[in-house]
Structures are given as C-alpha cells and as structure tokens.
Design a protein around this ligand. Structure first.
Ligand code: NAD
Ligand code: IPM
Length: 350
C-alpha cells in the first residue's frame, strides 16, 4: 500500500461538519493499512473575510504535490453565491484540469418514488467539468439602465467535447451493461449542442460494444423518474449534469448521499473529491447533516489512488449501516452526523 498525502478543504457550513466525518472514516480505514498524511487548508468564507480572497494566489503550487484533494462545500448566507463559488470551487476546477466529473448514484435505502425500484437506480453520471455553460465568459453592459444586457456564453471546444465523450464511452464500457445516454439540448441550442452530438457519433465508432442513445435534457428528467431501469451511464454538459445529478440523488434517497469526483484523467494534477451537496444554510451548525455523500467521496478517492480494498471496505460499511437503518433525518432516520460516523467506523471494525 502506498502512502497517501491528502489536503482537505472543508469550506463552509455543513461542509466543515461532514469533512470531519470523512476524516474519521479515512483514519479508521488507514489504520494498519497505509500511512495517511492530512494537511488542512482552511480556505472558505472565514479565510475570505480575513484575507479578501477565497484562495491564496499560490494555491496551484500549494496543491500540486498532493495525491488527492477532499473538498466539501462552499457558500455562506452573507456572501453572494457567485462570489464564493467563483472564488473557490469553480476557480480550482479549470486550472487543475479537472475536466471529468463522475457522479455515481445508487439507492442505499428505499427509493423516494414507487416507480423507482432500487435495482433500477444504479447510474453513473459524467459531467463535462471545464467549459460549456460554466466557461465563465460573458458580462454586463449598461448596468442599471433599461437597455442593460447580461450575457453568459456557453463554450464548447472540439477538444473539450471529444475528451469528455471518450472518457464517458470508456466509463460505460467498463460497466456491466455497457450503455451510455448522451444528453443535450440540441433542438433549441443549435451550435455547441450540434458539435456535442456530432462528436458523440464520431467517438461512438471507437466503442462498438457500447450501446448508446441520445436524449434531450428535458425528456431525460421524465425518463429518470418514469423509466429509471432504462438508464446506465449518462454524459452531459456542465449545467445539465449539475441539475440531473441533484434529481438523481433525490430519487435515490437524499442529496446527502451523492458523491462527486472531479478528475484529471491525465493524472497531471491531484483530483478533487466532494459530496454533491452544498453548505446547506438551513441545517448548518445543527450537527444533523448526512455524512454519507462525503464518505462516499472518500471511497471514490481511495479507488482513484489505487486503494481498492479501502474503497470497497468503506462502501461495504455504508451499505451495512444503511441496511440496519442507522440513518440521518434526511433519509428518514433519527441519528445525527456524529452517530452515523461512529456507526460507519464501527462497521469498518475500529
Ligand atoms: P444545498 O445542497 O446546500 O442544500 C439543498 C437542500 O438539501 C437543503 O434543504 C439542505 O438542508 C439539504 N441537504 C444538503 N446536503 C445535505 C446533507 N448532507 N444532509 C442532509 N440534508 C442536506 O444547496 P443550496 O441550498 O442551493 O445551496 C446552499 C449554499 O451552498 C449556496 O451558497 C450554494 O451556492 C452552495 N453550494 C455549494 C456547492 C459546492 O460547494 N459543491 C454545491 C451546491 C451548493
Ligand atoms: C455542484 C454544485 C456546483 C456546480 C455549484 C455550486 C456551482 O451545484 O457541484 O453540482 O454546479 O458545479
């Protein structure tokens, strides 16, 4: 087993609460197995208020030597969301080349809707994480005047679309059903979406054993609810998968269980692992946040760094804790964050 050098960025709100859970679980799984070195970077809204910036200017050189970055959530009630998100999370994704975002979704308990059978909901959502609607291009002119204009330009490069398509087809190929749905909105949004569809067709030719189809994003929301068994791997743009993954997590039981891996598949930079959820202003400070999304993200991270046994152990602990109903309130249980974390560590044999 290799040593693992991690830096944590807990961020804000319940991010700080669930990151503590993920650290506990990682320490438990590391015991007698591998050396785990943890460095904590307190980048978040407190840091922003003290320094005027969410990240120090040398954050890239600071992060480069680490094997992986567990991150949690950023956002505070008294800072506009676009400042916190573009100050921290979105500021890191592009320069760290984290262009592939994977969001596995599985039912851990009874699904929310009768139409969703637990075995039908085992999906891998793949999000283009570096361009599209989140390219950060646009602006405002004539601010405050009647003829004020705001633009937010979506950018699709052939290079960017090709690399995420290839990543998604390869990911689908590794799964038992070898099935991929390419999501777009190419009926109304003509240019970038058509490039997206064209590239999908070209890349599909390299993966003849992957069954693939196309779905418009609006129809995809219907399909996720009404025909969940028809879905396996899904690829889409930054905004589309951002929205579909919240729906998928809610269908599977709770936003609190979903993990998100921000990957640099070339492995030139450390990849970043986080729960899908945000800092949850309505429950922060109460100690009731579901830690499972953050802990699942820790399992995804272990798998990425080659510690497959540790990853499988964490997932098994999550499954057993859910099976016996040791759940937080969002999943219909009565336990708090700390109690679920203790149950997870116990299941891991601490
Ligand atoms: P949110 O995900 O924080 O919360 C949405 C709802 O889900 C809330 O009712 C919340 O209580 C619940 N929830 C979320 N995580 C939970 C958990 N682990 N356990 C139990 N319940 C949970 O989304 P929001 O309210 O739209 O955003 C709040 C702040 O977080 C904003 O500043 C937003 O920009 C930010 N945000 C950050 C990230 C990120 O850093 N990755 C992601 C989403 C939102
Ligand atoms: C997510 C989050 C973020 C995103 C927001 C907060 C910018 O919702 O990781 O899904 O859309 O990337």
């Amino acid at each position: 087993s290799a040593d693992l050098s991690n830096c944590f960025i807990p961020g804000d709100g319940i991010g700080i609460e669930v990151v503590a859970a993920a650290i506990e679980v990682l320490k438990t799984v590391a015991k007698n197995n591998f050396e785990l070195n943890i460095t904590n970077f307190p980048w978040g809204t407190v840091f922003y208020k003290e320094t005027g910036s969410y990240l120090p200017s040398d954050f890239l050189t600071t992060l480069k030597p680490f094997d992986a970055i567990p991150f949690d959530a950023v956002g505070a009630p008294d800072v506009p969301d676009h400042l916190s998100l573009w100050g921290l999370l979105l500021k890191m994704r592009s320069p760290l080349q984290l262009y592939a975002n994977t969001r596995p979704i599985r039912c851990l308990t009874t699904p929310r809707l009768a139409s969703v059978h637990p075995s039908a909901l085992d999906w891998l959502l793949v999000r283009e994480n570096s361009e599209g609607e989140y390219a950060g291009h646009g602006g405002r002119s004539h601010v405050g005047q009647t003829w004020e204009i705001a633009t937010e330009t979506s950018i699709y490069s052939r290079h960017g679309v090709e690399r995420i398509m290839r990543f998604a087809f390869a990911a689908a190929q590794k799964r038992p059903r070898k099935q991929l749905t390419v999501v777009s909105k190419s009926n109304a949004l003509r240019h970038g979406r058509v490039l997206w569809d064209e590239v999908a067709t070209e890349v599909a030719a390299e993966f003849p054993d992957v069954h693939w189809d196309k779905e418009l994003v609006d129809a995809m929301t219907i399909r996720m609810v009404q025909k969940p068994h028809s879905i396996d791997t899904v690829v889409g743009t930054n905004l589309h998968i951002g929205i579909l993954s919240d729906l998928a997590a809610a269908l599977a039981g709770s936003i609190g269980i979903a993990a998100s891996s921000n990957l640099d598949p070339t492995r030139g930079w450390p990849s970043m692992f986080e729960p899908v959820h945000g800092s949850a202003f309505d429950i922060m400070g109460k100690g009731v946040a579901n830690p499972i999304g953050a802990v699942c993200a820790a399992a995804e991270m272990m798998s990425w760094v080659g510690e497959e046994r540790a990853a499988a152990g964490i997932m098994k602990a999550i499954e057993s804790v859910c099976e016996i109903g040791l759940l937080t309130v969002d999943m219909g249980g009565k336990l708090n964050t700390m109690q679920v974390t203790e149950a997870l560590c116990k299941a891991l044999g601490s």
